[in-house]
Design a protein around this ligand. Structure first.
Ligand SMILES: [Zn+2]
Length: 153
């Protein structure tokens, strides 16, 4: 499961437009006095309003403010983490075309690369030398190796 930073949760609560989310969640709405009223997922009444400044959906009957995460939890009847995962997926679908939130995902890749290299050079140094020596040195310097063998005997 991916880690949820405070920054991630803040972004989900504030940068996903609450009105667009209500449309995305297919919550029934009613236009009333030039205001968009959505059906409260908790009490099913339309005595509601959304606040663009705070990005909250308020139900006056429940006397509750719902942020984006709480709204998904109420509509989908899912726990917090599943609502967050759903919103991250939804945010991805929004940002894939514009590509604004990709800078954060570059960092983990740098840690992975230095580790395999020392292991690889150590293991190939030990294994590669005995395999390469007969192929290259015997072919190019047959006389030297024969003389060395003769001298040793
Ligand atoms: Zn309500």
């Amino acid at each position: 499961m991916p880690r949820l930073s405070a920054q991630t949760l803040y972004a989900l609560r504030n940068y996903i437009n609450i009105d667009r989310l209500i449309t995305q969640l297919q919550i029934p709405t009613q236009p009333l006095n030039a205001m968009m009223r959505f059906q409260c997922p908790l009490c099913a009444h339309f005595h509601t309003a959304t606040h663009p400044n705070t990005n909250l959906a308020r139900c006056f009957d429940c006397r509750k403010n719902l942020n984006t995460i709480e709204l998904v939890m109420a509509v989908h009847h899912t726990p917090f983490l599943k609502a967050v995962a759903w919103l991250q997926q939804y945010e991805k679908s929004l940002t894939d075309s514009s590509g604004t939130t990709q800078s954060q995902r570059v960092l983990p890749k740098r840690r992975a690369t230095p580790n395999p290299n020392p292991l690889a050079t150590h293991s190939t140094d030990g294994k590669a030398k005995p395999a390469q020596q007969p192929a290259s040195k015997i072919a190019t310097s047959n006389l030297i190796t024969i003389k060395q063998i003769l001298n040793k005997r």
